[in-house]
Design a protein around this ligand. Structure first.
Ligand SMILES: *[C@@H]1O[C@H](CO)[C@@H](O)[C@H](O)[C@H]1NC(C)=O
Ligand SMILES: *[C@@H]1O[C@H](CO)[C@@H](O)[C@H](O)[C@H]1NC(C)=O
Length: 336
């Protein structure tokens, strides 16, 4: 490695470890001088720094479209709408160096259809450390906002967390799990951050990603899928248009965290993404993928057996798996 490259690397390491704040009053040339002096000593440790110090920079945060696309195609089953919409949304957003607002996705559908899994995939293909990245934050109603009596406190806390984390790294990602259990109105406290502002108090939120997960709207999605099935139409014919309008209004009218939310009336959610209920054949695919992921030879007979053991609805037709792929696909939890 040539000396110049080493200096750059060292400066970068200082940036990563937060030392720039400490040396701010000192001129850059002194910093470069320090870096030069330290070069010999630290040169042999640079790889260790590379590996262990996650940093809010492209070395650690960059989107791999190909990898994401491959994973969506080979690991997410029965979700032709969701995979298309999400790929397009994330790709467009990550390619834009100057987005006008943060990316806000709201994923809806019955449980076990892949909402959690997809948010993990997004994290895995943007952050080198995936869900373990210190820039990926999962907020759960039960864990972070359990008490209704603390509503006002939570509002302030949530604002501070978002602000603090985005100040640390503008490419932060926030996953709000269990939106169904969130007290309506709480999420509106972050409304200002989701809009078209250059910055708020000197912080720009426009490169952040917000993802909401909920079962709200699941019934209307399931009904549409069932209607198509009953009409003998291919599930792949279902279009985002067939679902999106009904979805946003049923979410708005729901009791979930997005119920009567200003995020919806102000059009701050970029996409309401529907996840369809899964059929028998998708469950089989899930099991096969699961076996493959575990290093086993995918066995059709075993997959059929597992799929047959699950419950299906409606009672008469038995078209859709009650729990989706949830009970068999530990990969939803073990991914990465
Ligand atoms: C992106 O993902 C593809 C497919 O998984 C992989 O082959 C490629 O090396 C990745 N590119 C980068 C820059 O990580
Ligand atoms: C970032 O968010 C987490 C919650 O996920 C919170 O515990 C932490 O305090 C926040 N960090 C800052 C600097 O606000």
């Amino acid at each position: 490695m040539n000396p110049e490259k080493r200096h750059v690397l060292l400066l970068w390491m200082l940036v990563c470890s937060g030392m720039t704040e400490a040396i701010e009053p000192i001129s850059t040339s002194i910093a470069v001088g320090m870096a030069a002096a330290l070069t010999g000593f630290l040169a042999s440790y640079q790889n260790i720094f590379y590996y262990f110090n996650e940093c809010c920079r492209p070395e650690w945060i960059s989107f791999n479209k190909t990898g994401f696309e491959v994973d969506l195609e080979s690991k997410l089953f029965g979700q032709h709408i969701a995979s298309r919409v999400i790929l397009k949304a994330v790709n467009g957003f990550m390619r834009d160096d100057n987005p006008k607002k943060p990316l806000v996705l709201s994923l809806h559908g019955p449980s076990g259809t892949g909402k959690n899994f997809v948010s993990k995939l997004i994290a895995a293909h943007i952050y080198k450390k995936g869900m373990d990245s210190s820039y990926v934050h999962v907020l759960t109603s039960e864990l972070h906002f359990p008490l209704q009596s603390q509503f006002e406190t939570y509002k302030t806390q949530l604002q501070q967390w978002i602000k603090g984390n985005v100040t640390n790294c503008e490419r932060s990602m926030f996953i709000f799990d269990e939106m169904d259990k969130m007290h309506p109105g709480l999420i509106d406290s972050i409304k200002p951050y989701l809009g078209y502002h250059n910055n708020l108090d000197g912080v720009s939120y426009r490169k952040a990603i917000f993802i909401f997960l909920s079962n709200a709207g699941g019934k209307s999605i399931t009904q549409t899928a069932l209607d198509f099935w009953k009409a003998g139409r291919d599930r792949e014919e279902i279009k985002l248009n067939d679902l999106e309008t009904g979805l946003s209004s049923s979410v708005f009218n729901s009791n979930s965290g997005l119920g009567h939310s200003g995020l919806i009336t102000k059009n701050l959610v970029d996409f309401f993404v529907p996840f369809l209920p899964l059929e028998y054949r998708h469950v089989v695919q899930c099991v096969m993928a699961e076996m493959k992921a575990k290093g086993l030879h995918p066995d059709q007979k075993v997959a059929d057996k597992v799929a047959k053991d699950l419950l299906y609805f409606p009672k008469s037709e038995k078209v859709f798996s009650v729990s989706g792929c949830k009970t068999i696909c530990t990969r939803y939890h073990n991914y990465i």
